[in-house]
Each structure stands twice: as structure tokens, then as C-alpha cells.
Ligand binder design. Sequence first.
Ligand code: TMP
Length: 254
Amino acid sequence: MGRRRQVYEGKAKVLFEGPEPGTLVQHFKDDATVRHRRGAGIITGKGVINNRISEHLMLRLGEIGIPTHFLRRLNMREQLIREVEIIPVEVVMRNVVAGSLAERLGLAEGTPLPRSVVEFYYKSNELNDPMVTEEHITAFGWATPQEIDEIIALSLRINDFLAGLFYGIGIRLVDFRLEFGRLWENDLLRIILADEISPDNCRLWDIDTNEKLDKDRYRRDLGAVEEAYQEVARRLGILPESGPSDMKGPEVMQ
Ligand code: TMP
């Protein structure tokens, strides 16, 4: 591919200008960073797997009427997406106590929550994405009250659907993080799901063993990180039982 204009570089992804106006190319890197920890490591093959997993989940969500930025996969590490104006708020949905919720409130990891809990974080690398309330979001103009209502409604639907989808393949959806963007279609402003949904931003536990199949394996130095991501892809049916060989790229046929 010729020279492309880079629009944005994040921790795990790069965005390039797309082939048509209003589109971007989202490139998935193997880089892995951990909040409050300096530097980045590499999870070999992560970008390839996350490209596939995020595509799969965004397509399934699209089928139940959730508007997403996903247009189509371009190659092993890249997908074409709609360009949106990112709302600077991360939404975390929780079904089971884990991570920062366990630490902040002194709760035991693995305790099921009596109802799904929604949290908001202000997107700011300098500030380490601090937790905020709806009041902050509307007072500082990051989103309007109507937009927040729409974001919560979409997040709850996404949670119900994904929790069921993962339950069907023996995985508990403990929590996950979403990002949304604004898209103007003619005169209509729509809120659409953006970023990615992958083991980088979900907690996924095996239902029988509670084995972690997500980025916590990396954050907590548990090992077998790539294998865990592959296991999620395999159970989703996007990796053949034989292994990841179909993801390694073109092969010469005899
Ligand atoms: P937390 O319990 O650490 O607040 O994480 C909640 C969810 O957000 C979890 O599913 C993983 C996701 N997450 C990210 O996407 N990026 C991060 O840097 C962290 C720490 C969590």
C-alpha cells in the first residue's frame, strides 16, 4: 500500500485516512500497555486476533440494530471504519466484581453484582482516565444529557447481548469498556459504537474454571496471553480447531 496519512496513534491501534471521505483504516498493533504502568510490551499476534474478534462482535451487534463504526475487514490487521467524533468518555459495564471495583470498594473478585453497573471515565492519558459522573460529563460539555441517555441505553443492550453470546460459548462476561462517537447522517446526529471490543478491553472468564481469557493475563503476569486470546477466537468460531495457522497469512500452494 502507498503512503497513507496517519490520523491518530493510540496505545494498541493506529488510525489512517480511509479510501473514501468519512472513512478511516483502523490498524491493530501487538503493543500492550497497562494503566498506571510505564512502557509497552508486545503480545505476539494480538493485533491479528483482536481485528477478527472485534469484527465478529461488531457485526453481531449490528445484526441486532446497534449502530457501529465497523464497515469491513481489509486485511489481517486492518479494518475499514466510519470516521466519528469520539465522545471523550469511556463506559465500563460490570456484571461481576473485578479489577478496580474490587480494589476501590474492598470487594472480593468474582462476586456477582445484583444488577449491571455502569461507570464513566474521562478519556485523558495525562490524568490516567479518572472516574467521573454524569454530572461532570454534562457540566463540562463532553456529552449532552440526551447523548448520555442514549449511551446508557445502548451499553445495557450491548451488555445483555454480549453476556448471552459469551455464555453460549462457556465464557462469563465479567466487565468491559466501550467508546462511542457522534456521526452526522444528513441532518440527524447519531451515537454509534466505536473503538474495539476484544480481550484487551473485556474481562472474560471460563464459566467452569474461572480461568482468565483476557488482558488480565498480561496485566497480572499470568502467562499464556496469546493462547487465551486464541481460545476466545476459537470458541467464537473464528479460529479453526486446528489452531491459528489460518491467520498467519498467504501460503504457497504446491
Ligand atoms: P478496571 O476494573 O481496571 O476499571 O477495568 C474495567 C474494564 O475496563 C475491564 O474490562 C478492562 C477494561 N480496561 C481497559 O479497557 N483499559 C484499561 O487500561 C483497564 C485498566 C481496563
